[in-house]
Design a protein around this ligand. Structure first.
Ligand code: GAP
Length: 438
């Protein structure tokens, strides 16, 4: 994990937020390569969930919502973690922190940081939503929350989307956006953060058909992860037991990945029943129902949700792609990212900075730039330039050499096989496009 974190910083994938001020706890920034990788992941998800489907529409709701939304959703009363404080060192922990010896509140319980005994308080429930204020007055009436999930923005727009897009049940609403949780024990790099991005889809179905749709999305989502080239041996389902179910869920399953720190969830599939729509109906007084045009049945739809964290998916693909190997006696670090998500698709290198090679390489760069993300590099030995792109996950390297100047061909190096093929410059765009297709 440390090696991955170090590569992420070295190559400009992820930086600590406000690093020059010592950082901000569990908040991260994405650098030049990171932002490209993140955009590619979002793009792949959006394409498969929205553009390639007739039954799913996209929305982008605001982060700030009417405070009643969070009362209706149950987040004000139930989105809590049990917390304990140490009266001695003033540190705060989750009550179920494995490092705590004994039962918090009792004399024998020991603080995991300062080691004092009997100083841990009884657990208190702590709400994970961040609060802020709308307008100039900071009082209870102007208090709003930063959303802890994007889902509610899709529920409150259920009627708007259904009516404007003329969708019929079953149909879905997809959304990508920021969410915020004041996590007590964040950590493991970008795995658990206080500000993060979600890609969530709410699929509205007829009650009674929810189990069937749950099975459908269970299969469909795993298939999507396989398509990103993630090692299937490191993926598994984890069905939630009764004590793990969120307050809104009848049934839930995680898709887990075997991270260097163990098996952990990165996507959830939830049967949320009619909980959310019914509650919004009750709190807003607006009918959030569906009239079946065929049967004339009126019902409140059930929801099957797929909820994926962008940052967690980012960590999965990075961890899965990272490998160290030896090539001709020298160590090599490679990010074997699937070409469809690699931040840079092609590195372009003149072998030397003379004899017209930089000019031809620049022309190729300009031509390919219109098609995909490319990177021009003429600094240092060709071996070092290849290694830098291997670490960045760039699937192909195009080198302009002496022969290029006589026969208009270049070499194309494959990041994984290390094989080099000669391709004529006028065929290069077609050659690469075929190999980069998702
Ligand atoms: N709308 C349902 C929902 O939010 P969740 O299981 O709490 O369900 C869904 O979150 C996904 O969002 C998780 O599987 C994870 O990928 C991501 N996520 C949740 N909390 C996170 C955090 N603190 N940091 C990073 N990602 C998080």
């Amino acid at each position: 994990m440390e090696k991955l974190v170090s590569l992420a910083k070295r190559r400009g994938f992820v930086f600590q937020s406000s690093e020059i001020y010592g950082g901000l706890g569990s908040v991260w920034d994405y650098g030049p390569l990171g932002v490209e990788l993140k955009k590619n992941l979002i793009e792949q998800w959006w394409r498969s969930m929205v553009r390639e489907r007739e039954d799913i529409e996209g929305v982008e709701s605001a982060i700030l919502m009417h405070p009643k939304v969070w009362e209706a959703s149950g987040h004000v009363s139930s989105f809590t973690d049990p917390l304990v404080d140490c009266r001695q060192c003033k540190k705060r922990f989750r009550a179920d922190d494995e490092r705590i010896k004994g039962k918090p509140g009792e004399e024998s319980a020991q603080c995991p940081v300062c080691g004092s005994k009997g100083t841990l308080t009884e657990p208190r429930m702590f709400n994970l939503m961040f609060k802020t204020f709308i307008g100039p007055v900071e009082d209870a009436a102007s208090q709003v929350f930063l959303r802890p999930e994007t889902a509610q923005g899709s529920y409150v727009n259920f009627l708007n989307v259904m009516q404007s897009s003329r969708q019929k049940i079953p149909f879905g609403i997809a959304q990508v956006g920021k969410a915020f949780r004041n996590e007590i024990t964040p950590g493991n790099f970008i795995f658990r953060t206080r500000e993060f991005e979600q890609m969530e889809m709410q699929y509205f179905v007829k009650p009674g058909e929810d189990e069937e749709w749950f099975e459908y999305w269970h299969e469909e989502r795993m298939r999507w992860h396989y398509g990103l080239g993630i090692n299937p041996d490191k993926l598994r389902y984890h069905p939630h037991g009764p004590d793990e179910l969120a307050h809104y869920a009848k049934r839930a399953e995680d898709i887990q990945y075997q991270f260097p720190f163990g098996w952990q969830e990165y996507e959830g599939i939830h049967n949320r029943t009619d909980f959310d729509l019914s509650r919004h109906q009750e709190y807003s007084g607006k009918k959030l129902q569906y009239l079946d045009p065929a049967t004339k049945d009126r019902f409140t739809p059930y929801v099957v949700e797929t909820a994926l964290g962008v940052g967690r998916l980012f960590l999965v693909v990075m961890a899965d792609a990272y490998r160290e190997e030896e090539v001709e006696g020298a160590p090599r670090v490679v990010l074997g990212l699937h070409p469809s998500i690699a931040p840079v698709k092609v590195g372009i290198f003149p072998l030397v900075k003379k004899d017209g090679m930089p000019e031809l390489a620049r022309n190729i760069y300009k031509e390919l730039q219109r098609l995909f993300a490319v990177f021009y590099d003429d600094g240092g030995s060709i071996g070092r330039r290849y290694r830098r792109q291997d670490e960045a996950g760039t699937p192909f390297g195009v080198t302009v050499d002496g022969q290029s100047m006589t026969d208009d061909t270049v070499t194309v190096r494959d990041r994984d096989t290390l094989e080099q093929e000669r391709v004529s410059v006028d065929q290069l765009a077609t050659y690469l496009t075929e190999r980069l297709r998702p």
